[in-house]
Structure formats: C-alpha cells, structure tokens
Design a protein around this ligand. Structure first.
Ligand code: RFL
Ligand code: PHB
Length: 390
C-alpha cells in the first residue's frame, strides 16, 4: 500500500488529522490497534477549549457537538466549605469552554471518516516503523494473517502514551521528562442529574474531588485515590460516600446518586518527550506528552499539535513550503510545556499530598487563599483554562 501520510493511532488526534488532511486532498491511512467499539468504550475527556471546537468545525465534524455540547462560562473551586466561581467569560473577554465527551467526539470523527471513504484499519498488530530518516518511510503491520506494508511520505505517531511510535526514536535522540504523582483519579459515570450545571473542583482534607458532567442526565465524578487502589476496591456505595465527604455541605445535600455505568482509575502523570520529530516521523498528542487531568488539558494539547501539523503538511503539499514542518517541534513543544505547567500547578493546588511537609502544606493553602482573593490570579487561571492561543 502507499499513502502520503501514514497515521498510527485511531484516537482523536489521528482521526482529526486524517479528516482535516482529506478535506485538503491529502491521502492518509490510519492504523488502529483496537476495534472501533473498544476505542469508543473508553471514557476520558469532557472539556474542550475553543481552539479544539474550531478545529472540529474546520474538519466538518461539529454538527452534533454544536447542538449537544454545552458552553460553560465558568466553573467552581471549593476549598472545604468555601466556594469560588471562576468567571471564565468575565476574565477572558467572553471566552468559554465546551463540555462534550471525548467518546462522542471520537464517534463523530469516525462517522466523518466513513462518509468521506477514509481508510481506517482496525485491529492491526505488530506495527513497526522503518526507514524514518529516509524519503520513503514505511510502516509494516499485520491484520489477522495478512501482512501489510505501507510506503509513506510522512508518518504521524498519534498512538498515545503506550504506542510504538515514540519508542521507534533512538534512545540517544530522545529525552523524556516525567513526573508521576502518588495518586490516581477514580472516575464514575452515572445516569443521574449533575449536582451542578458548572464543574466543581474540590480540595478537601480527605483529598481532591471533581464534579463534572456529560449532559443534563449524565454525570461524571472523580475522587483522588492512592496509587495502587483498584476499581474492585471501590463499591458504588463507598465511592458516593467518599465523594460526599469531600464536597461542601450544600453540594452534598443536593447530590443525586445512582448505579455507576462506568468506573475506572487513571494514574496521574506528567510526561514530555523531546523532540517531537525524528526524520519523517512526527509525534502528536499523548504519544509525546501526558498531563494529569486536573486542568483538562490532555486532549486540548493534542489539538494544538494537530493544528500545527495540519497547517505544516498542507503548506508542504500545496506550496512546497517546509517551514511549518521544520518548526513543528519547537512550536508544538512551546505550547505543550505551558499546558504542563498549568496542569502541574492545578494538581499541586488541589490534591492532598500525603508526604508533604507542614511547610509545603501551608504554602498550598496560601496559594489557594491568594487565588480566592486576587483578581489577577483568577484571571491567570481563567486564561489558561480556556486555552492559550495556538
Ligand atoms: P489516545 O486517545 O490514547 O489514542 C491513541 C490511539 O492509538 C492506539 N494505539 C495504537 N494503534 C496502532 N498501533 C499501536 N501500536 C498502537 N498503540 C496504541 C490506541 O488504541 C488509541 O486508540 O491519544 P490521542 O488521540 O493523542 O488523544 C489524547 C486524549 O485521549 C487524552 O489526552 C485525553 O483523554 C486526556 N484527558 C483529558 N483531556 C482534556 O483535554 N480534557 C479533559 O477533560 C480530560 N479528561 C483525560 C481526562 C484523560 C483521562 N484518562 C483516562 C487518562 C480524564 C481522564 C480520566
Ligand atoms: C471530565 O469531565 O471527564 C473532566 C472534566 C474536567 C477535568 C478532567 C476531566 O479537568
């Protein structure tokens, strides 16, 4: 097989890039390790920056998002019984975020790929990348008993944190920066009325909690749990009791509980791999960087990579201009590190760190007191939360 851009990974990054390039007449093949049902069964992000929303519109995939997604102009931070609304629109000249599930967005991207006859191969095994520094890099893989070779101009590694693309870059070229937090998030999806129309990020003496949502009848809640906890350790009853214990009393009083329809634990990790280009391989999204979910920046950081890569590839194919490809790594990483900083800051601000010395605990409390009292600090939070410009 032959294509212009071979894309590893059929998650949001790979599908969005494939769709955008197709609309510009650039041929792609997407290789996905899992079945479509498996990919669509993963419950992940819920908050999209405006830049991401604009990209979905450019990709002609925004109809359902625009009708079913919710615009949020603000969110709450709770500290024990205190609650402060962060007025996103007020602090950012009218900007907002969109609450629309990653699952739904991925479904929309798959449907758009189908409609245009895009090639997405599922259940591919043993994906390997070859000759990445040559003019004709290749991808080989298997589907069942078929062996496939794809000759490409470029390979995009959009295969997430555990993918093969990043691992195809020689060790002496790649530098990895990593910070693992000593806790994870236990998430529950339930068909209950969300406790608040806007998200609540809650710091409490028992640890962090988050009240989020997918729609008027579908809630998404998270609690911080120690690393090592397993989903089986947490019955629905235990989850609701712990969530209630971490929220302000007025929120707890109106919390509707019900059976979980999904329950999973995500570890909290910060990670960046540099460079994001090796020869004719470009990394994008979680393949190159991970953030703890506290700032809702993971998927949104993937979106800015796709934006830069899309424009760079279009300039290459339509105008013979490689400036965008040559500056991809530098531009993408500059924004990636700002999202890392923000996610790290928000994680440190709101979680319980069991081993923190008393001095650091006082500083954490002072940081939150300062935030609640300072328009400048809240403005900075709002600017980052709605998303820095691409
Ligand atoms: P993905 O979604 O991991 O997709 C990569 C795809 O590659 C496939 N794959 C392979 N395919 C072929 N060959 C191989 N060898 C392969 N290895 C892997 C995988 O099967 C998969 O389908 O990466 P992508 O596309 O870069 O998208 C990134 C986002 O998924 C991620 O950043 C977000 O979900 C992070 N995130 C959030 N981001 C936000 O912007 N806002 C949020 O509110 C938010 N909340 C979250 C989150 C992530 C969470 N978890 C579970 C980590 C909440 C949670 C709980
Ligand atoms: C979610 O709804 O899944 C969600 C929302 C905000 C975050 C993280 C996850 O910061």
């Amino acid at each position: 097989m032959k294509t212009q851009v071979g894309i590893i990974g059929g998650g949001p990054s790979g599908l969005l890039l494939s769709q955008l390039l197709h609309l510009q007449g650039i041929d792609t093949i997407v290789l996905e390790k899992h079945s479509r049902d498996y990919v669509l069964g993963r419950i992940r992000a819920g908050v999209l920056e405006h830049g991401f929303v604009k990209l979905m519109r450019l990709a002609q995939c925004a109809a359902r998002m625009d009708s079913e997604g919710e615009i949020h102009d603000g969110f709450f931070i709770a500290d024990g019984e205190r609650k402060r609304r962060i007025d996103l629109a007020g602090y950012t000249g009218g900007q907002s975020v969109m609450v629309y599930g990653q699952t739904e967005l991925t479904r929309d991207l798959y449907e758009a790929r189908d409609k245009l006859g895009g090639t997405v191969l599922h259940n591919v095994e043993d994906v390997q990348l070859h000759a990445l520094t040559s003019d004709v890099p290749q991808i080989t893989c298997r589907t069942g008993t078929d062996h496939i070779q794809i000759d490409c101009d470029y390979v995009v590694g959009a295969d997430g944190y555990h993918g093969v693309s990043r691992k195809s870059i020689p060790d002496n070229v790649l530098t990895e920066y990593e910070k693992v937090f000593p806790f994870g998030w236990l998430g529950v999806l339930s068909e209950t009325k969300p406790v608040s129309p806007e998200l609540i990020y809650a710091k409490s003496a028992r640890g962090f909690a988050l009240c989020s949502l997918r729609s008027r009848v579908l809630s998404r809640y998270y609690i911080q749990v120690p690393s090592g906890d397993r989903v089986e350790d947490w019955s629905d009853e235990a989850f609701w009791a712990e969530l209630k214990a971490r929220l302000p009393a007025d929120v707890t009083d109106s919390l509707e509980t019900g059976p979980s329809i999904e329950k999973s634990i995500a570890p909290l990790r910060s990670f960046v791999a540099e460079p994001m280009r090796y020869g004719n391989l470009f990394l994008a999204g979680d393949a190159a960087h991970i953030v703890p979910p506290t700032g809702a920046k993971g998927l949104n950081s993937a979106a800015s990579d796709i934006y830069y890569l899309y424009h760079a590839l279009v300039a290459h194919y339509q105008d013979g201009d490689d400036a965008g490809l040559n500056s991809y790594c530098e531009k993408a990483l500059a924004r990636v590190w700002k999202a890392q900083r923000f996610s790290w800051w928000m994680t440190n601000l709101l979680h319980l760190f069991p081993d923190r010395i008393a001095y650091d605990q006082r500083l954490q409390q002072t940081e939150l007191d300062y935030l609640f009292a300072s328009e400048a600090a809240m403005k900075s939070l709002a600017e980052n939360y709605v998303g820095l410009p691409f």
